[in-house]
Design a protein around this ligand. Structure first.
Ligand SMILES: Nc1ncnc2c1ncn2[C@@H]1O[C@H](COP(=O)(O)OP(=O)(O)OP(=O)(O)O)[C@@H](O)[C@H]1O
Ligand SMILES: [Mg+2]
Length: 435
């Protein structure tokens, strides 16, 4: 498949990385999807159950009768609150940030660290960066960290994804390349050291490699972080054609790369902050474009206000408001649809939170401290998930079960223990009063 990125929405994006030549370039083929040999048949007369509305693969058998039904089918791709953006045409705003990131990688040959609050758009940004870098013929490898992630495991997997074609000792006609050989074949068994990985990567030629490590905050091993820092230092010192982009939840750079100040000179730290009103509007407009819905100006205004700069909330509200409109068999989303969306979104977010925390919010509501709690949630959203002692407004003891100190915070900041509590409290404080 030719990997040209199409569409008016991405004209500015697609010019960010300079193409190294004018040749066409290839993306990896999408894996073939296994199709069932024949569709299971359920006799309508026998059962009385709710049904899926659409056939997987977009085959709807011509059953969509109204515009609203057609829109409904498209809504799941127009707003994706439970997934990062993967289609560059749906990526709203962040133009300056993306430009800075690309310039850091391309012109300054720096490594980059992207940090910000939960749900602020880090992974979406990395997906877009990946596509743009591939377009400019970088070899890009994405890995997600988790509790217990180890250096050997992650970098062996990265090496297993890079063809021996890019190893300086191999000729393109070498049989090992024809047999699908990868850099991992050159690594010894057992635990990998930073020195071994550095030596291997120093042999790269004929490409530039971007290694993306997402969810870096979840990697709890201090040794892993230290090893990544050492690798970054080595890559920089030896001008190796490999750059790292790290992303994770943090309110500042130090939190994310604590213990490794030695690499500050070699990296660019990029905070990713709440979206401004224009960016949220663009997100909604992209959703309109992809679904065929039309949001009335008042409805857009409401989403801007209610999302409070969070792309996650804007996407969640956009999706539910669109569904509410299609339930009325309409394709124009109005302010009433937004009210209904807030209720739906609130129910959805509530289900994602531990019952104990929901009970704590209920307790705050009955004990008269909900106003202070929602002010704290708003502070957290505006301040990259960080809450300072003065934000508690005298309610430190009341809310102690909700919060915990941020590890390595220079200013003794706190954060909510449970991610979902912030959007839940925020939406609840803005829900229509009839509730
Ligand atoms: N630039 C954007 N344009 C449109 N939607 C966006 C954008 N950024 C984020 N979103 C939406 O916001 C939500 C959260 O995005 P994403 O998963 O990228 O955030 P994250 O920072 O990686 O979150 P987490 O910290 O949980 O990993 C998703 O629904 C995504 O579709
Ligand atoms: Mg993410």
């Amino acid at each position: 498949m030719i990997g040209q990125i199409e569409g008016v929405h991405v004209n500015w994006i697609s010019k960010l990385f300079r193409r190294s030549d004018e040749q066409e370039y290839l993306y990896e083929e999408a894996p073939a999807v296994a199709q069932p040999a024949r569709r299971a048949h359920i006799d309508d007369a026998e059962i009385n159950l709710p049904r899926f509305k659409n056939m997987v693969g977009g085959i709807d058998g011509g059953h969509h009768k109204t515009d609203a039904e057609r829109v409904r089918a498209k809504l799941r791709d127009a707003f994706t609150p439970s997934h990062p953006v993967t289609d560059v045409r749906m990526f709203a705003g962040r133009e300056d940030l993306l430009l800075t990131l690309i310039r850091a990688i391309e012109d300054q040959r720096l490594h980059a660290v992207i940090y910000g609050d939960r749900g602020i758009g880090k992974t979406s940004m990395l997906h877009v960066l990946t596509q743009l870098a591939k377009e400019a013929q970088y070899t890009v490898r994405y890995a997600s960290c988790g509790v217990g992630t180890e250096f050997s495991e992650i970098f062996r997997a990265v090496a297993a994804d890079i063809s021996l074609l890019y190893h300086e000792d191999y000729d393109p006609t070498d049989p090992a390349i024809e047999h699908g050989g990868t850099l991992a074949d050159k690594l010894p068994e057992g635990r990998l050291s930073v020195a071994q990985m550095t030596d291997l990567l120093s042999k790269i030629h004929g490409t530039r490699i971007l290694i993306i490590l997402d969810e870096f905050d979840r990697a709890d091993s201090a040794q892993f972080r230290q090893q990544v820092a050492e690798l970054i230092k080595n890559l920089s010192d030896r001008s190796i054609a490999v750059q790292m982009v790290i992303a994770g939840v943090a309110s500042n750079l130090t939190e994310l790369i604590a213990h490794i100040p030695s690499i500050r000179r070699n990296i660019m730290g990029l905070p990713i902050d709440v979206m401004n009103a224009d960016e949220i509007e663009e997100l909604v407009k992209n959703g309109e474009w992809a679904s065929g819905l039309k949001f009335q100006p008042k409805a857009i205004e409401n989403i801007i206000e209610l999302s409070n700069g969070s792309p996650y909330l804007a996407s969640l509200l956009g999706q539910h408001a669109g569904l509410a409109a299609t339930q009325r068999d309409a394709i124009r989303v109005n302010a009433e649809d937004i009210k209904s969306a807030v209720r739906q979104a609130l129910d959805e977010v509530r289900l994602r939170i531990a019952p104990h925390h929901v009970a704590l919010v209920d307790k705050a509501a009955t004990s008269g401290s909900f106003g202070a709690l929602s002010a704290m949630a708003a502070r957290s959203m505006a301040n990259a998930g960080q809450i300072l002692e003065e934000d508690f407004d005298g309610h430190f003891d009341d809310f102690s079960e909700f919060i915990m100190p941020i590890t390595d915070s220079a200013n003794g900041a706190y954060c909510f223990r449970e991610d979902g509590v912030v959007p839940y409290v925020w939406l609840r404080s803005n829900a229509p009063k009839s509730r």
